[in-house]
Design a protein around this ligand. Structure first.
Ligand SMILES: *Cc1c(COP(=O)(O)O)cnc(C)c1O
Length: 387
């Protein structure tokens, strides 16, 4: 089956008793041992029928061996981090989700884990960062918020040679566009709150693992830590995922148009979109099916940022991504506010950077909205003598 078919058919033909096309929501937390024998379901934290359909679906979509649904993307990351012990070291994408940075540096560092923040586009930097106690490489690609492309095959090969696990946060791409396990990754993570859910209405995280032993260890952690996804949320997520292919196609087409539009706009200094970065473009063309629906751009003048965000009429100034509605985020004060200024500067996250998650609205409405908001912002700063 092609991935579009897989997606549309999530949860079908799984309920022979009634033939329900959508798998039902099992709210029961406890399951009777009929005749003294377990049905395979005992207690909902360990296994829930609705959640299990979702877990099997994401495992198939990512071409892994097991799937685990968690109460949020952060819960999924925390569960996977349970694989590591005091004294272990990880190599991590320098440019990545601010919440992951916060979990690693402000929480897990207290448990004796250490992290090296490395530009994973440069293999020699990765090699140099490897220590005797290094256990894994944690990759986000596309990176957040600078939309850099990391070569999955190269990093996975290096990790295998050094016997390190490769963990990929695939939130920005989804299995529709990129399947990291195919390139050698051991674990794929998702904030399913974003594209997989797709409607800005369910918080969820997913883990997919490759290999029997690793899957067993993560299964143990999933049940032991207990940050599992509620049955109704699992059902909502599956409903969202059924239309992933359709939505992604529209996100991609709109993002491309908008990136081209902003790239020639006089108030925009630089657009961070893979198509404008020859090396990133080449890697993505090989390892993925498209360029995602999210990109960032830097305005010429920091004073433009506030009035620009305030005058948007269609697009919302809000902190998230991947839903059908277009959202604009200001990384320096929102998603990456907990990253130290020094690190932000090193990476290139400045006050003039804005990130847009392009929705599935009509492209002309999005383009007009951005054009009018930029025009008003320009007038305002000219009038106030700020520019
Ligand atoms: C949002 C996000 C997360 C965290 O997921 P939540 O569902 O908000 O807990 C992790 N990684 C990336 C890339 C994200 O965008």
């Amino acid at each position: 089956m092609r991935i579009e078919t897989h997606l549309a058919q999530i949860g079908t033909k799984k309920e022979p008793k009634t033939g329900a096309i959508n798998f039902p929501v099992y709210f029961a937390t406890a399951y009777e041992h009929i005749g003294g024998v377990s049905t395979g379901f005992d207690y909902t934290r360990t296994a829930n029928p609705t959640r299990q359909v979702l877990e099997q679906s994401i495992a198939a979509l990512e071409e892994g061996d097991a799937g685990f649904a968690c109460s949020s993307g952060m819960a999924a990351i925390q569960t996977v981090m349970g694989l590591f012990s005091q004294g272990d070291h990880l190599i991590v994408s320098l440019d990545l989700y601010g919440g992951t940075y916060r979990l690693f540096e402000q929480v897990l560092s207290r448990y004796g884990l250490t992290f090296s923040w490395v530009d994973l586009r440069d293999l020699s930097q990765v090699e140099q960062a490897i220590q005797p106690n290094t256990k894994a490489i944690f990759i986000e690609t596309l990176t957040n918020p600078l939309i850099q492309v990391i070569n999955l095959e190269e990093i996975c090969q290096l990790a295998k040679r050094q016997q390190l696990l490769t963990i990929v946060d695939n939130t920005f791409m989804t299995p529709y566009l990129q399947q990291p396990i195919k390139w050698g990754a051991d674990i794929v993570l998702h904030s399913a709150t974003k594209y997989l859910g797709g409607h800005n209405d369910v918080l969820a995280g997913l883990i997919v693992s490759k290999g029997e032993e690793l899957s067993e260890r993560i299964g143990f952690l999933h049940n032991s830590i207990g940050a599992t996804l509620a049955p109704l949320d699992a059902w909502l997520l599956m409903r969202g995922m059924k239309t992933l292919a359709l939505r992604m196609n529209q996100h991609l087409a709109n993002a491309r148009e908008l990136a081209l539009f902003l790239n020639q706009h006089p108030l925009v200094e630089k657009v961070f979109y893979p198509s404008f970065d020859p090396e990133g473009r080449q890697i993505l063309t090989k390892q993925a099916r498209g360029f995602s629906g999210i990109f960032s751009f830097r305005l010429k003048d920091e004073n433009l940022v506030r009035p620009f965000l305030e005058h948007l009429e269609v697009i919302s100034f809000a902190e998230s991504l991947g839903g059908v509605e277009s959202l604009i985020t200001h990384p320096a004060t929102q998603t990456h506010a907990d990253m130290p200024d020094e690190l932000c500067q090193k990476i290139g996250i400045c006050g003039r950077l804005v990130r847009i998650s392009v929705g599935i609205e009509h492209i002309e409405d999005l383009q007009q909205d951005i054009a009018q908001a930029l025009k008003k912002a320009d007038q305002i700063i000219r009038r106030s003598g700020l520019s």
